[in-house]
Design a protein around this ligand. Structure first.
Ligand code: NAP
Length: 252
């Protein structure tokens, strides 16, 4: 399937050490891309990179960077280019969540979520877009959420940031479209990763699966197909939009 072949491309996946980011990085390497992953924890990154590259003949690297720190986000872009030569595919995936009702939001938590989900996505895109424009090929994917369409009590900062990413993708698509660079969001529904598992009670976990049409949580590898569509030539005419991958969560 040449349409999905990423041989000769290099991808940066933030938050690639576990969960959805690790799965997507593995999918990219299996499709032929060299891969850089980032997170805050070096040991976990190194171990994950080995898993991601296993059985492929791809090159990979990992870079420690805290996406809540603007200087570290800028350094991540610079270091990734220095080490890999170029970045053709950017997946803005790193994220966390600290639910707080509107009347209990702490400024520091609000700021952190907006930095990690929204500012970092803009900053990395700003730094990596020029190379993509120059080569007239690029793919930028922001990982939004079904909470960019619907929400749940207490998900104020998270929903605000995930909705904003969809707006950012629309405008970026217009800026970069003339250079054959596409920009899209993926909005995952409930996926079985540390992030929701550490936040939710057993009853809440069941509520999430009951709320999908497929009656179950998604597995991280089920995000690989939609991601590859947007990251490859298979999705060359898709830009400025959001692909929802939620097992039917938002239609129920
Ligand atoms: N799982 C779901 O159901 C779901 C649904 C919708 C959207 N999403 C989105 O999908 C993305 C991935 O989530 P996940 O479920 O895969 O979560 P996860 O398993 O907890 O992985 C999160 C990744 O992001 C990194 N990260 C978190 N905070 C960071 C920071 N400040 N700086 C740098 N890296 C940071 C983590 O590494 P370190 O902690 O080691 O830094 C890890 O690699 C997030 O944007 C999330 O909002 C997930």
């Amino acid at each position: 399937m040449k349409l999905f072949d990423l041989t000769g491309k290099t991808a940066l996946v933030t938050g690639g050490s576990r969960g959805l980011g690790k799965s997507m990085a593995r999918g990219l390497a299996q499709a032929g891309a060299d891969v850089v992953i980032s997170s805050r924890h070096e040991e976990e990154l190194r171990k994950s990179l080995r898993d991601i590259l296993e059985g492929t003949d791809r090159r990979g690297d990992c870079i420690v960077a805290d996406m809540s720190q603007r200087d570290q986000v800028e350094a991540l872009a610079r270091t990734a280019i220095e080490r890999m030569g170029q970045i053709d595919i950017l997946i803005n995936n790193a994220g966390s969540n600290t639910p707080q009702p509107i009347d209990q939001i702490k400024d520091a938590d609000w700021d952190l979520l907006l930095e990690v989900h929204l500012h970092a996505a803009m900053s990395l895109s700003r730094a990596l877009a020029p190379g993509m424009k120059q080569r007239r090929w690029g793919r930028i994917i922001h990982i939004s959420s079904t909470f960019g369409f619907v929400s749940k009590a207490g998900r104020n900062a998270y929903s605000a940031a995930k909705t904003a990413l969809r707006g950012l993708a629309r405008s970026m698509a217009l800026d970069l479209g003339p250079y054959n660079v596409t920009v899209n969001c993926i909005a995952p529904g409930p996926f079985m990763t540390d992030l929701p598992m550490s936040l939710l009670s057993d009853a809440e976990k069941k509520q999430f699966s009951d709320h999908t049409a497929l009656d179950r949580w998604g597995q991280p590898n089920e995000l690989i197909g939609p991601m590859l569509l947007l990251a490859s030539d298979a999705g060359s005419y898709i830009t400025g939009t959001t692909i929802v991958v939620d097992g039917g969560y938002i239609v129920k």
